[in-house]
Write a protein that binds this ligand. Structure first.
Ligand code: FMN
Length: 168
C-alpha cells in the first residue's frame, strides 16, 4: 500500500507523528505546501487542532483528495484525546469519524503567532478564573505557561492497526 504522510505543524507534534507513521508504515513524508499530485492509496494529513478545527484541512482537502484514493487525518491536540472529542472534531470538519484520529501534541506559546498567542492567553485567563478547576483545566493552564510535550508514539497505534487491517 502506497502511503503519503502530509504534515502542517506549528509546534512540531504533527511533524513528529508524520515521521513516526512513515517509519511504522513505510510511507513518504510531505510538507503541506508540497502535496504530491497523485498516485497514493492512502494519504494521512497530520495537523494540529486549532480552536476545535483541523488546521488547514478545509484549504488542502481538494489537493489531499487528488493525491490519494483515501484520506485520513491525524490531529495533534493539547486536550486529552477522548472519543467524544474525536467525534466532535470529525463533525466540525465534515468528516466520517472513522477517518479522524487524535494524538496528544505539544505546546510552546512562544512559537505561536501574535494573534494566536493572544487567543491562547485569553483562554488561559478564562481557565484561571474558573472556580472549580478540573485536572484537565490545571494541565491546560500549565501547558499554556510552560513548554509542554505530550507526544508519544503510542498514539499512532490505532492508525497503524487500521492500516494493517486494510492490508489483509
Ligand atoms: C491558536 C491555537 C489554538 C488551539 N486550539 C486547540 C484546541 O481547540 N484544542 C486542543 O486540544 N488544542 C488546541 N491547540 C493546541 C494544539 O492543537 C497543539 O499545540 C498541537 O500540538 C498543534 O499541532 P502541531 O504541534 O503540529 O503544530 C491550539 C493551539 C493553537 C496555537
Amino acid at each position: 500500500m502506497k502511503i503519503a504522510l502530509v504534515y502542517k505543524s506549528k509546534m512540531g507534534a504533527s511533524l513528529f507523528y508524520a515521521e513516526a507513521l512513515a517509519k511504522a508504515l513505510g510511507g513518504e513524508v510531505f510538507f503541506h505546501k508540497q502535496i504530491p499530485a497523485g498516485g497514493y492509496d492512502l494519504v494521512i494529513y497530520c495537523a494540529g487542532m486549532m480552536a476545535g478545527s483541523i488546521d488547514g484541512y478545509k484549504k488542502y482537502k481538494p489537493a489531499l483528495e487528488a493525491a490519494g484514493k483515501e484520506v485520513w487525518t491525524a490531529v495533534s491536540c493539547l486536550a486529552t484525546p477522548t472519543e467524544e472529542l474525536r467525534v466532535k472534531t470529525a463533525e466540525k470538519a465534515g468528516l466520517n469519524s472513522e477517518k479522524v484520529f487524535l494524538l496528544r501534541g505539544k505546546m510552546n506559546v512562544n512559537r505561536a503567532g501574535l494573534l494566536e498567542k493572544w487567543m491562547l492567553m485569553a483562554f488561559r485567563a478564562k481557565l484561571r478564573n474558573k472556580e472549580a478547576k478540573t485536572q484537565e483545566d490545571r494541565d491546560m493552564i500549565n501547558a499554556l505557561s510552560y513548554p509542554t510535550d505530550y507526544c508519544d508514539t503510542k498514539y499512532i497505534l490505532p492508525i497503524v492497526k487500521k492500516v494493517r487491517e486494510l492490508e489483509v
